[in-house]
Design a protein around this ligand. Structure first.
Ligand SMILES: Cc1ncc(COP(=O)(O)O)c(C=O)c1O
Length: 434
């Protein structure tokens, strides 16, 4: 009888070996195979590493200021009331689960572009925006930089602010896109280094891509003022550089989605063809839904159509088409006037809680008798504050006070509550005064 195995003379391999012997042999072949043996270990994710250490800490005093997600005053994840309402409305519609169009639903895409540029802005009126749904802000950045990598006619060089979100250089590296840094944060003033930034941008080669955080800069919490944005826009135009905005926190900085879009709108008004990555992770609390958008502004509708067609080709080859749940929620909120009003209230409430925590933290550190200046805590804006703690002080505050944050001294103000603010302030005073 043949079992379908290769015959060795008159005897089959199956007859020579029992099933368990074969399993042992196959296991040995697999474990000794070296196909992937040369893969080096990747660097661990810093934020997740902090979370793991925090979870293992049994101290009742522990505080996690590393996580980049909004928390309520009880330190709990927060689902926005507008999002809950949108979910109910979607549920009542008994929708199907068919594939979305490759670029996402038209109504979703239009709503994203209007939110960023303004309802009656020129690109919206002229339809010169190629906007596609993406896998949150990260997906938008990746798709946008990949597009630049493929179609950019000028020097392929990205200029990132120093410092910047750790994933920006990482994405460039993945795409083999060379990058440089322009001065951004001034450790002396703990504010924006406007002169340094302008000088560096003036010497960037024509056609360089300039990455700008639209608002609530991560990790520093330092944003340029309106006049400074105007100055950056002027330099970027005169030097023929290309602005790519990362807008991951629209509404989170000032509490107003329009004010937080001011930088993008200044550039558009000045005639720039910006690229824009949007995320709804923070301002709608849709972290795990992974919903965002990428816009490439073009000079005319015909170019926008061609750009759109190429973005679709890219999407088709990566994940075919986008997820529908998160984008339905966003669309529901942005296209239903009553719900949008509720959302604007929700965003403001989150931003206001952060602003209040900044004030309380500063007052408590100053009240504890600190001799240092702490105005930067309230001058900075958005979810993050660059405290100015040194790596050694960060080590101490973690070991002695069970407070977890990144080595660069960045804290997520969203992790501070009315219950822990006094303790955090006292601990910061302790490690900065002795
Ligand atoms: C500056 C910046 N850009 C983009 C993102 C992207 O986030 P997500 O992919 O969750 O939308 C983040 C998230 O922390 C960020 O801080």
């Amino acid at each position: 009888m043949s079992l379908g195995f290769v015959k060795f003379g008159a005897t089959t391999a199956a007859q020579l070996m029992s099933r368990s012997q074969m399993d042992v042999m196959n296991h040995a072949v697999r474990t000794q195979s070296m196909w992937w043996g040369s893969v080096p270990m990747g660097a661990p994710d810093t934020i997740l590493g902090i979370r793991d250490k925090y979870n293992k800490d049994s101290s009742p005093k522990k505080v996690n200021l590393g996580v980049g997600a909004y928390r309520d005053d009880d330190g709990k994840p927060f689902v926005l009331p507008s999002v809950r309402k949108a979910e109910e409305l979607i549920y009542q519609k008994c929708m199907n689960h068919e594939y979305a169009p490759i670029a996402g639903e038209v109504a979703f895409r239009e709503a994203c572009a209007k939110l960023a540029f303004g309802d009656c802005s020129q690109p919206i009126v002229d339809k010169t925006n190629a906007t596609v749904q993406t896998l949150s802000g990260t997906g938008a950045l990746r798709l946008g930089l990949d597009f630049i990598n493929r179609y950019w006619q000028k020097k392929r060089e990205v200029w990132l602010p120093n410092p910047t979100w750790f994933n920006h250089p990482q994405i460039c590296d993945m795409l083999c896109l060379p990058y440089k840094k322009y001065r951004y944060y001034d450790p002396k003033t703990k504010g924006f280094d406007v002169n340094g930034a302008c000088e560096d941008l003036c010497r960037a080669p024509e056609g360089s891509v300039i990455l700008l955080h639209a608002c609530a800069h991560n990790p520093t919490g330092v944003d340029p003022k309106k006049e400074e944005w105007e100055c950056l826009s002027k330099i970027i135009k005169e030097k023929k550089l290309f602005p790519f905005f990362d807008m991951a926190y629209q509404g989170f900085a000032t509490g107003s989605v329009d004010r937080d879009a001011q930088a993008v709108r200044i550039f558009v008004k000045d005639g720039h063809q910006v690229m824009l990555a949007q995320s709804f992770a923070k301002n709608m609390g849709l972290y795990g839904e992974r919903v965002g958008a990428l816009t490439v502004l073009c000079g005319d509708k015909c170019t926008a159509d061609k750009v759109m067609s190429q973005l679709k080709v890219s999407i088709r080859t990566i994940y075919s088409n986008p997820a529908i749940n998160g984008s339905r929620i966003v669309k529901e909120i942005l296209t239903n006037a009553e719900l949008k009003q509720q959302w604007l209230v929700d965003v403001k409430a989150m931003a206001d809680r952060i602003i209040t925590m900044r004030k309380m933290l500063r007052e408590a550190i100053e009240g504890a008798g600190s001799k240092h200046k702490w105005n930067h805590i309230t001058d900075q804006i958005g979810m993050f504050c660059y405290t100015g703690l040194t790596p050694a002080q960060v080590d101490r505050i973690t070991k002695e006070c069970h407070i977890y944050l990144t080595k660069d001294g960045r804290i997520s103000v969203a992790g501070i509550t009315t219950k822990n603010v006094a303790y955090v302030a006292e601990s910061i005073h302790k490690v900065t005064s002795s």
